[in-house]
Design a protein around this ligand. Structure first.
Ligand code: SF4
Ligand code: SF4
Length: 174
């Protein structure tokens, strides 16, 4: 059984609530003016929040030592993606030791939910989710990221090397 209390007569008036809200805002304004460092907000875009190393931001396709894509076009990431936003076109490689590689790899960032399943599904550390989270674009901007953007955008400075290369080098004792 629920008991609904009868509201007090004063709560029928908006004015006390408005004045109390304005008083609270004014108190915070004065406090922040005299102690700006204690403010729980950041002056974005001048100040950026530093997320932890496990943060899952924009995707990166890693590269081998020679700069080519590590991805073997196995489709595990696309199969695991719950948003169905990864599209891969595979092709045979001219090098007989490489079974397949992607001639096209696209992620529709407007569908992506940043769940990280693609990163977890990849058997060769070919896709990672990095610290970048800003995806600005004007109306009509391109939010379908292709190989050029995923692996070789300017702030990756030539590409991020797959950990697989380090492990292979470690096993070979180099
Ligand atoms: S983060 Fe999730 S939704 Fe986004 S591409 Fe990867 S698997 Fe798909
Ligand atoms: S990124 Fe990884 S899981 Fe996705 S197709 Fe390439 S090798 Fe396979």
């Amino acid at each position: 059984m629920s008991i609904v209390k009868k509201p007090k007569a004063i709560s029928n008036w908006y004015l006390p609530g408005i004045l109390s809200g304005m008083g609270f805002t004014f108190k915070k304004l004065i406090k922040n003016l005299f102690n700006p460092k204690g403010m729980p907000t950041l002056n974005y875009p001048e100040e950026h929040y530093q997320y932890g190393p496990r943060f899952k931001g924009n995707h990166v396709l890693t590269v081998k030592k020679d700069g080519s894509l590590r991805c073997t076009a196995c489709m595990l990431c696309a199969t695991n993606c719950p948003a169905d936003c990864i599209k891969i076109v595979a092709s045979e490689h001219e090098d007989p030791t490489v079974e397949k590689y992607p001639i096209s790899y696209e992620i529709d960032m407007l569908r992506c939910v940043f769940c990280g399943y693609c990163e977890e599904a990849c058997p060769v550390d070919a896709i990672r989710m990095g610290p970048e989270w800003q995806t600005p674009a004007l109306n009509g901007g391109n939010f379908t990221y292709d190989i050029q953007h995923l692996a070789y955008r300017p702030n990756l400075k030539g590409g991020i090397q797959s950990r697989l290369d380090d492990e292979e080098r470690h096993k070979a004792g180099i």
